[in-house]
Design a protein around this ligand. Sequence first.
Ligand code: 26V
Length: 812
Amino acid sequence: MFTNKDSFKQLFQENLISKLGKPMKEAQNEDIYKILSNMIREYVGKNWAQTNERYKENQEKQVYYFSMEFLIGRLLGNNLLNLDVLELVREGLQELGWDLEDIEEEEVDAGLGNGGLGRLAACFLDSLASLQYPGHGCGIRYKYGLFEQKIIDGNQVELPDFWLQKGNEWEVRRDDKKVEVRFWGNVEVIKKDGEFIFETRNYESVTAVPYDVPVIGYGGEHINTLRLWSAESTMDLTKLSRTHNYYNSLNYKRSVESISEFLYPDDTLYEGKLLRLKQQYFLCSAGLQSILRTFGKLGLTMDQLPTKVAIHINDTHPTLVIPELMRILIDEKEMTWEQAWEVTTRTVSYTNHTTLSEALEKWSVSMVRQLLPRIYMIIEEINTRFCGILMSEYPEQPEIIPQMSIIDGQQLKMANLAIVGSYSVNGVAALHTEILIKREMKLFYDLYPNRFNNKTNGITHRRWLLHANPALAKLISDAIGTRWIDHPQEMLGIMKYSEDSGFQDRTRAIKQHNKMKIASYVLEKQGIIIDPYSIFDVHVKRLHGYKRQLMNILHIMHLYNEMKANPSLDRIPRTFIFGAKAAPSYSLAKRVIKLIHVVADQVNRDKDVNEKLKVVFLENYSVSLAEKIIPSADVSEQISTASKEASGTGNMKFMMNGALTLGTLDGANVEMHNMIGEDNMFLFGLQSDEILHYYQYGGYVAEDVYRNDPRVREVLEQLVKPSDFCHHGHVFDDLFHSIMSTNDEYFVLKDFASYADAHLRVDLSYRNTKEWQQKSIMNIAHSGKFSSDCTITKYATEIWRLQRKQAELHAK
Ligand code: 26V
């Protein structure tokens, strides 16, 4: 279509004229975005079709990644990059008078996820396509993504994120691939040819319509599919009046469409909503039907399914694929239970993303039984058989059975079902997997030791380095060539320049440039002047107790107190930058946002300190904002209570952009530490075994720290007594009690002294520019190991057993 700048310009202009519908001189950035993205989508159409053709012809094994969340963010820039036309398009547009960066800003983020779990799914899709693996995403096309956060008077206000309002240039609606999903009804057992068969009657029928988004691999040749399902009513009104006598058709339509309306804005608190269960089954049933339709065209027998299809479930949210696959194989494909079970358990694999008990999914038995009667029967049968195995394995230990059972009284434990019904269970970082097998899932590990494995998370270096920080990417390529782009571990090659002062100066200059850009952004968006030469200390991620944004802000209050008491204190100026969304129902988390704003107000206004200390809260943290802020960070706050953060992926993004980690030995920080050693990061705090030991014996006594550490006492009292941070009626007694009356569940006070000490080490280290730059280069060089290309290669070979596209096919 276009191969160079001139042919691009010509084609673009033709498109402008034919599609704009108004004079060219009236074209706005928004129009340009639409036309450009549309052009690119059409441009990839041919390779997309070819990739699918090739899959069919070669009967390659496919993996389908089922996830309730795909936090893909913006696509234009990344697609241009992966098509290797980014520079050509940038220059072409420039010559026509448009700035690509402004055009990219027109795209609304596809915020179809909460945080780490959803972003991981998006990074994995990018790596699957770039490594030319046959791997696709299967998700829901929510009409509203994660809420848009507005800060009003320091409080979070949630607005609906109607991201589809202006259409979505990247998707293709596939009416020809619709399927039907059934809810409710009653199961009847019928005897047919001497066999019992199960039929559900009086069900409610929902149409699932797929929207396909191309996932463009690096190089642009290999294109996979992200298939997002939308719920629509079967508008057959005659049928409606028969089966829905108490609904009018409008109500019915609304109730059906609500299935794909909202993404649940909660990444830990369990929402006992019927709608969420409907969403999960909707995804599982629609996704599976579409997979089996494709598989059916291969002309193989059903028992061969595991040789051609791998189904991966991202956390337990899509666990219903297990009983749904059993249902289809038994009721529709006429397999025996044993055959169906063999196929299912050889097809499904599962990743666990958290050990927080409040995030482990449990469904009410009566809800599942009513909404999905046949599925419930199957789960019951799976459980009966599983308990039979337990009884014969552990005849002397009957107490084990209720602990491992899938059905526990009136609750269905989805993690237990996911483990029993899959062939692989993995954690997302070495420490997390160890905690799973030694503690949380120990009984299952004892029974099925070979099923458990670790796959440390990763991030796509194409989005998080090449696209987010092009100057740094270019510097690396200038130094060691471009091979690292396909082999990210080769970034290690820049180690030979870690002591080279020219290279150090260049990395520093790039960081400085990125900081200047953020300083203008903050000034423009929030009217706050920040010193671009101060240390940028960044804490961006979902707001949660265990992520300890509260510890960070309490420490900032302490720094303020210290500077007020001693104005000549020698400290390198520091800008603390926060970005976080709190689940709307999580009131304490929202109060932390308020506290950050109150502290920011006070600190930023106070002339005694504001040359050395600034606090900024960036509104509406999202993927596109992360891409701006991370390249500008000097310090990356990864300060979770050890054992609580399964992996973290923000930690990896910062490392790749040359920030130094200030963190606990938690999640993937542990592996980062193993790679670069403690001289190249700032570690602090209790370790996971110490924390887990405390938990086992009922915690520690928070009161002791409160009494013995005057810094801690001072800041805690400032929360509840009239003070610089607690005036105009703002009393943070709820936050105070959240620490003191839970005995400090997240060890904020216990780790405070060591956290403050780590901050002092940051200050000292930053003074030595050469030393700091050397550490920064060390971090960048080792971050290639955290590329999701490495992670996906392990999933593909060790779990899914996929074949990569053959070299000769590549040449074709
Ligand atoms: C739970 C629920 C409950 C119902 C409402 C919607 C919802 C959405 C998500 C969750 C579980 C969230 C688990 C999660 O995001 N874990 C994060 O996964 C990252 C990728 O593996 C990992 O890096 C983070 O450490 C981990 O917290």
